[in-house]
Design a protein around this ligand. Structure first.
Ligand code: G16
Ligand code: MG
Length: 221
């Protein structure tokens, strides 16, 4: 029986990717690197330091900086990002999400955030949906990033539920892989060839409907 929903944040509840991309773009520019167009997708769901490594690797400069210098660059990016997300309001919640959260609440489903972002609590407050959730996995306590299942296993534990009692939502293929490795039902939001591993796929959040997702979940359990 469906008892809980586990949510990625960026790309699922709101589009914070544009702010991540803009901040990384400025940091990259400051060290003479131009972000390639594929950076937008490539940065999705990656932790802060993994994102920097991804950018440096893409430019063939993975050995250019010391760990301390990389920390400084990541701190600079985060300061710009934190400034940018102050402009977020409830209008930045993606279409279909307010109804999904209301339907889940009416069914008393547990709701947990499984985001790689250390800024997730701030964003939820800006969107004024922080109180809708029963918990947030603290990414600082994780050992491995998505596609490792750790974050989804932890989210399920926070909900006090079993793998076959939850549905998890993701926009990134690494995130869907993490959900499936955790043995959970995956809802993928985005391109169906990219997210082929998901159990249920919608092109955008506007197409999310809890009754239909629950029917697909029940058919599989
Ligand atoms: C998000 C974004 C990533 C970002 C990561 C860490 O993940 O998709 O681009 O690098 O969080 O964010 P921060 O620097 O704020 O800790 P998710 O898991 O919500 O998609
Ligand atoms: Mg995401």
């Amino acid at each position: 029986m469906l008892k809980g929903l586990l949510f990625d944040l960026d790309g699922v509840l709101t589009d914070s990717a544009k702010f991540h991309l803009a901040a990384w773009g400025k940091v990259a520019e400051s060290i003479g690197i131009t972000l390639p167009p594929e950076a937008n997708d490539g940065l999705r769901g990656r932790s802060r330091m993994d994102s920097l490594d991804f950018i440096l690797r893409g430019a063939g400069q993975e050995d250019r900086f010391t760990e301390a210098e990389k920390e400084a660059l990541a701190t600079k990016k985060n300061a710009m990002y934190v400034e940018a997300i102050k402009s977020m309001t409830p209008a930045d919640i993606l279409p279909g999400i307010p109804q999904l959260l209301a339907d889940a609440k009416a069914k008393q489903l547990k709701m947990i955030i499984a985001s790689a972002s250390k800024n997730a609590p701030t964003i939820l407050r800006q969107l004024k949906i922080a109180d809708d959730f029963d918990g947030i996995v603290d990414p600082a306590t994780l050992h491995r990033g998505k596609p490792d299942p750790e974050i989804y296993v932890r989210a399920q534990e926070l909900a006090g539920l079993q793998a076959d009692e939850v549905v998890s939502f993701e926009d990134a293929s690494a995130g869907v892989a993490a959900i499936k490795a955790a043995g959970q039902f995956a809802v993928g939001i985005g391109d169906k060839t990219v997210l082929a591993q998901a159990d249920y796929i919608v092109p955008t959040t506007a197409a999310l409907q809890l009754s239909q997702i629950e029917a697909a979940f029940n058919a599989q359990h």
